[in-house]
Write a protein that binds this ligand. Structure first.
Ligand code: CAA
Length: 382
């Protein structure tokens, strides 16, 4: 077993770290304050191939592996968790399903613009009544000539207010439970009957838009169906397995930022005549943060390694996402505690890390659902 990074992985990590430090970190507080979609940064990330890291070069991607994806996601999210999730959704939840389930023609048409970063993708599964119970979607698609007519609303869609394309889960057969769900790939800018609904006012990841997608007799062309009718639910769950590796990486990035800033502060801040880093109460917090983040990173790299090597990774991704999200939340809470009053004010980024960490325990499957997934696979002997 070799725990060292290959030269190629080291290069991706260095490139992401440099870009994140020089281009993202200096503007992260402003993005958080203004809730602005960082279009210019996303364009630069596209040039580095970060918007379609694991997509083959022939479809505009970086032709890299999922370990590279994890390493880049950690560095980007460490500087700005909002940009981390924009990148993760584009890579894992849009590019992956089009690459895995699309025909060559669909990949040419729907994958290349998004993997190259020229356009942005999003993923429409969640609805007002379909969150953890993903099979309860009610948006419908019915055949109309050689196309489809779509009706319904998707909720809490990351990138939904700015995306050009969407991978969408809808019911094509009403009474067949999850077997009636199909996946469509939609060019949102060229779909009559589509509009963006409410853009949510959130607690964290404020530079990443979260919006409703509204379809009112929206017409899709025949080539919008991804794979076969009725395969949508399993396609969506497979997609989320990979997405959870992205969110685990985002969480690790947030946690690492909290640890780094807490360490710097503890070495500088003097109380009782010495730096607070000399107090065991502070040292124990720093030790726990580091220990949990290292464990989260190992779990996440294992899941990515399995995905790269065509080994099962559903349970491994759920473990990574759940553990990393909890570790990030604890790191950010302890980070605020170490900074004391300074952790609670907006002059320092620590309070942002705490707000940003929370969503990692909620989206792409709550941490309760992660435990459901892990336990169900254990009980199946997997
Ligand atoms: N891959 C492929 N197939 C899978 C699968 C997977 N990971 N998990 C289950 N399946 C299959 C099962 O084998 C079963 O097939 P058979 O009937 O042929 O055996 C079928 O799917 C149904 O499985 P379940 O009965 O287990 O399904 P369920 O309805 O009980 O739901 C669940 C399972 C794990 C709870 C699932 O609904 C789930 O993951 N829910 C959470 C949804 C979620 O993560 N939403 C995130 C939204 S996106 C987001 O958050 C993005 C963002 O903002 C950044």
């Amino acid at each position: 077993m070799d725990f060292s990074l290959s030269e190629e992985h080291q290069m991706v990590q260095d490139m992401a770290r440099r870009f994140a430090t020089e281009k993202i970190k200096p503007v992260a507080a402003e993005l958080d304050k203004t809730h602005r979609h960082p279009e210019e940064i996303i364009k630069e990330m596209a040039e580095l191939k970060f918007m379609g890291i694991a997509v083959p070069e022939e479809y505009g991607g970086g032709g890299m592996d999922y370990v590279s994806y994890v390493l880049a996601m950690i560095e980007i999210s460490k500087a700005c968790a909002s940009i981390g999730v924009i990148m993760s959704v584009n890579n894992s939840l849009y590019c992956y399903p089009v690459m895995a389930f699309g025909t060559d023609e669909q990949k040419e048409k729907y994958l290349t613009p998004v993997a190259s970063g020229e356009s942005l993708g999003c993923y429409g599964l969640t609805e007002a009544g379909a969150g953890s119970d993903a099979a309860a979607v009610r948006t419908t698609a019915v055949r109309d000539g050689d196309g489809w007519i779509l009706n319904g609303e998707k909720k809490f869609i990351t990138n939904g207010n700015v995306a050009d394309y969407c991978v969408l889960a809808v019911k094509t057969e009403k009474d067949q439970g999850y077997k009636g769900i199909s996946t469509f790939v939609v060019n949102l800018k060229e779909t009559p009957g589509f509009s963006v609904g409410v853009v949510e006012d959130k607690l964290g990841i404020l530079a990443s838009g979260t919006a409703e997608l509204v379809f009112e007799d929206a017409r899709l062309p025949g080539d919008a169906l991804l794979g076969k009718e009725g395969e949508g639910f399993k396609q969506m769950l497979t997609t989320l397995d990979g997405g959870r590796i992205g969110i685990a990486s985002q969480a690790i990035g947030i946690g690492r930022a909290a640890l780094e800033e807490a360490l710097d502060y503890a070495k500088e801040r003097e109380q009782f005549g010495k730096p607070i880093a000399r107090l065991q109460a502070i040292q124990f917090k720093l030790a726990d943060m580091a220990m949990e983040l290292d464990a989260a990173e190992l779990l996440t790299l294992r899941a990515a390694y399995n995905e790269d090597n065509h080994l099962p990774y559903e349970k491994e991704a759920a473990m990574a996402k759940c553990f990393a999200a909890d570790a990030a939340m604890r790191a950010a809470i302890e980070g605020v505690q170490i900074l004391g009053g300074y952790g609670y004010i907006k002059e320092y980024p620590m309070e942002r890390h705490m707000r940003d960490a929370k969503i990692c325990q909620i989206y792409e499957g709550t941490n309760e659902i992660m435990r459901v997934v892990i336990a169900s696979r254990l009980l199946q002997g997997k």
